[in-house]
Structures are given as C-alpha cells and as structure tokens.
Design a protein around this ligand. Sequence first.
Ligand code: SF4
Ligand code: SF4
Length: 468
Amino acid sequence: MTKKITRREAIKDMFFVGVGLASAGTLLQACGTRGGAGKNPADLVFTPMPEAPEGSKIDSRRWDSLGETLGMLGLGCMRLPTLPGANGGHGGRLDQDAVNDMIDYAIAHGVNYFDTAPAYGESEVVTGNALKRHPRESFMIATKMSNMAWGNSAPTLEGAKTMFETSLRNLQVDYVDFLLLHAVSSTSEFALRFENNGVMNYILEQKAAGKIRHLGFSFHGSNADLPPLLDKYAWDFVQIQLNYADWKDMPSGFGPSDGDNPTSSEALYNILVERGIPVLVMEPVKGGALANVSDALRAKMLERHPNLSPAGNALTFVGSLPGVMVTLSGMSNMEQLKENVALFTGFKPFDQKEMDYMLTIADLYKSNTHIPCTACSYCMPCPNGVNIPGNFKVFNTASDNLSIPDPAHQDKEYKQKRKAFLKAFNELGDGAKATACIDCNACLPKCPQRIRIPQQLHMISGLVESLG
Ligand code: SF4
Ligand code: SF4
C-alpha cells in the first residue's frame, strides 16, 4: 500500500524547504563577508594530514575518578565495514577480516576504547573476535544494556540477565570495562526499564561482582531530563550527543528543539562537567552528516585549516573540550580510522576563536533544512521494507548542496536538480522508497532523535510527487 500525498500538502512542504534554502543563501553571503578571506572555493585545496607514523600513539587523558588513562579517540563499532553486497547498517553481515585490520591498527596506535552494543547486530561478536587476539589489558570494552521499551511489554529482569550474559559470551570476556544503560531519556523511562523490574539492582550486583568496572548511561533526553537521572546513582561517566552543529540547539524531530524543553550539547556538557562526571561523546560528526557538508561550508572550513576535512573539524571541536573523556567515532573503513588517528596524534585543539568560528559554520549548516537523522538504523528494519535512513540521506544530501528541486521556481538549474534528486531517490529501489511507508508507526518509538519518521517520509514522497 502506498500513502498518497496531495499536491497542496507537497507544495506546503516545499515552502518550508524553500524558506530553509533562501535563508541559507543569505547567510552564506553574510559569512563570506565576515570571513574576510573571500577566496574562490575552487582555489582551496585540501591537503590531508600525513598518516600517523608507525609506533606513534594518539593523545590520551588521565581520568582520576575512574583510575583510567584513555585514548582521546574511541572506536565506535556501530558502523563497522560490511561484506560486499550486504545491506549495511544493523543486520548487515560484517566483514571480520576488515574489522580485525582496523582493530589491530587502532590498538597499535593507542586507541583503547571500543564501543559496541547488543542492538548493533553482529557488532559484539565481530568486535569480540577481533579483540580476543590482543591481550585483555590492551583494550577496554564498552557495551550496553539495550533493553529498549519497544512494543507493548515492559522490559523484564530475565531479559536483561540474558542480554548481559550474552554480551559477555559474544565479547569473549569475563567482565566489561564500561556498561551503559542504552539510550535513556527520562526518569520515567529509567523507572520502566531499570527500577521497577529490578534490572538496576541486578546491574549493581554485577558491578559489585567485578563484571562491570564502570557504569554509566547514554542519554537522549532534554537538558531538563538530565539532572534527575544523574541524581539516581553515582554514575562513573555519561555519554551524550555532542557536536558543533548541536552545541547551541539540538533539534529533535524536524526543527529546533522544543522551546519549552530545550536540548543542546553545550547545556548537557556543562551539567556533567559541573558535577565532575567524565563526558563520553557520541555522534561527534552527527552520523556522518558533518563529514558531507556542502561545498560552500567545506570551503569556509578549508580557508582556516587546509589540512582538516569537514569531519576533522567536527572531531577537533569535540576533542578541544577538556571535559570530554573519549570522542567516539563510528568508523566504517581503514581510511577513516587512519585520518582520525592522525588527527588525535599530537592533537591540536581549537582555541576559543576557532571554536566560535565553528559555531558560525553551525549557523550556516542549520540554516538549511535537515532531517536530523544520524543513520543509526535503530528504526530498521521497517516491516514494510522502507529504507528510512536512506531516504533521509537522499533528502539531506540534496539539501546540503542547495539542490532540492523546487517546481515553483523552474529556473535553468531546476532540470538538473530534479534529475539528480530523482536519480538518487530511484536508486533506493521501489520497495525501499519513502512512498512505501504505510504509517504503521512501528519505527517511531525507536528513533533516539525523536524524528517524526512517517511525516518526514511523506514530505519526501510529496516532494517527489510534485516533481511529476
Ligand atoms: S511508519 Fe515507519 S515502520 Fe511503518 S511503514 Fe512507515 S517507515 Fe516503516
Ligand atoms: S530515523 Fe532515527 S532511528 Fe532511524 S536511522 Fe535516523 S536517527 Fe536512527
């Protein structure tokens, strides 16, 4: 069944898109003036950093409250390389040999924090196989209690026990160094998943027995939701979403964070630092979105740092914050790992001026219309076959490049934009396109970014329909 959208609805949505694009253009011009250099983007050349020398190590920081020294870069094992032909994302078959190579390189260069979860498909098994080949004291494993409250039934103690025991078995270890309660957003959710069913008591027993060395949670709620959760327990660390685009305002759904319930990386970071809790950072590159910014934004960054890619700028912003324990990057290939290792070897933090400059880049980035999807794939699989992150990527990529075709403005670029957009959309395959969404809402509670997924898919369908 295909959900139809009327032309009127499509045009309404197009108006929203148009507003975003228009303001982006204005801001880009303004920033060009402010930036001063005014160089032609075509003249700006990216000169990648040289690969980190053999035998060198990434920079590390000492965390006395944990008694640990941790490399500043952590390997997020959510987007590990997949075998050729695999679908990718969770559920895709992972490439063990490629993962082994990446983990060997990471450990050789001082990366000692590896983050996985039961919710990441084969990740725990493959990561465990790769790490097993190294001395246990040379790495730290972080995994999660992914007992999400999806569906109608509340998570059970038995389910949590099975999950934790399976994690130890998959990872082939007797203990985990860091355990995170996965994707917690409020005290009511904490009560449902951990308090009322005895799961928290069980986890504390495991900690007392030495099977969990450090306990924390990954957080997906608002600024106001964080302090009451911190009051629940003397957490060893907390993981938050932090990047330059979300620093001042972290959108949820589609648009800025709720005015009555604001969320920002800055506020979350400050709350944790004020309490002396080490900050673990997820989504420093916003699911890859900040690695694939428009040519105009790329040029604005290259003007300042010719040897930093857009991803390098995003990671440097995070690494420059002294309260950050580890910057987790979900790397998918050796090239990304080598670039990130080079960046954190002899790490050069941004000064305040550079941090402020990144916030002007954030303004430009956010002046454009984005669906805040981080491609985490928690919403997948869609029971009706829709490739949810794939559709959002098609839209966001076109938006980043200011190439959303607008039928109301059929200028000379329209045909080209239309052709490119439809090509990318059609490459998703018939059953996987936004048009296949039937509004079952099964995906909605799974999205940590609180995106109104069906609504946004219909916006994309409407756009496609309006292109004729
Ligand atoms: S609402 Fe979500 S889960 Fe249901 S068909 Fe649409 S995309 Fe798939
Ligand atoms: S829509 Fe939400 S759950 Fe799905 S991939 Fe994007 S951020 Fe993740």
